[in-house]
Design a protein around this ligand. Sequence first.
Ligand code: MG
Length: 381
Amino acid sequence: MKPVSLAILGSTGSIGLNTLKVVDQHSRRFQVTGLSACNNFKLLEKQIKKYKPSHVAVGQEGLDHFKKTGIKGVTFYPVKDCTQIASLKEVDVVVLAMSGTGALFPFLGAVRAGKTIAPANKEALVIAGDLIMDEARQHQARIIPIDSEQSAIFQCLEGQRSKPAVVHLTASGGPLRKVRSKDFKRMTPKDILRHPRWKMGPKITVDSATLMNKGFEVIEAKHLFNLSYSQIKVLIHPEAIIHSMVEFADGSLLAQLGITDMRLPIQYALTYPERMPTGLKGLNLAKLGTLNFEKPDLKRFPALSLAFEAARLAGSMPAVLNAADEEAVGAFLKGKIDFLSIYKIVEKVVLRHTIVKNPSLQAILQADQWARIEAQKLIGS
Ligand code: MG
């Protein structure tokens, strides 16, 4: 069998590294054709030597470095041109492992080239879900999500002839689930980055602390599975063993369970529709004993309500929500604002925005820029 040719965009981040572990596990099945990374060109260099991709996109510092050292057989691109790698003829599957809005163009490029896309990135679908899904239908591009919740829903819907009545997105509750709201103000990036269940990048870990991450996943699920917002419910499940559930008209629920290791959903997306050994330990339910569930506390975590509201308003609003959040979380991680200000800033920017209905790509990018400027003004004041 010809190996599946992969482009892994964001190969030095947490999803990228896990994707390469899956490649190691099934090294004859996959061939790494493209890699990209923004800043960590030292790690990227190791990956290039090991996996021998023919196309690599990297930030300016990396470009300068590789120009000096020279690596044979590799075409280098500035990282902003990683879309070219996503749409290369020889690429079968594009893994969108980078976080942030920068994934939008490679996502669209891969969709227009009719690729199979395995997105871990949620920003692109949050801000331009309608456009991406329209183009995916037009170009018969297949999207197999890597985000654990979306992968769970995807798996629960496999082979079903009926549409889901309700989708239950589970959430671990994040690092602040047990913290009193009066202590939120004191939370430093270091406190937040000790996430109890999943090991992830800093931006998404802060988003899990505010539950904004779950809000983004609601928007993502709506687009991926063509749902209405009233069909999506969020359920706190601290053990994070059930990765999400689908409920049907008869009241039956299907759940996908597994250990909290991203290699599971990544591998599923890469070997779909086949299932293969992961080399990981299975789930020991008897040892675990109990699974817990609770309703999300919207008073302590108002970002989730705000995300639902922005989602319902639709148009350019999800893009504004996302951009304001990215700026505010960035400022928090740099120690410029306190934890509670993240929500305050995002809410203010959302309230100031005049929605553009059915926005074009151009209008989405304008809304994104506008929201960043507004957020920065609030951060600076
Ligand atoms: Mg998730």
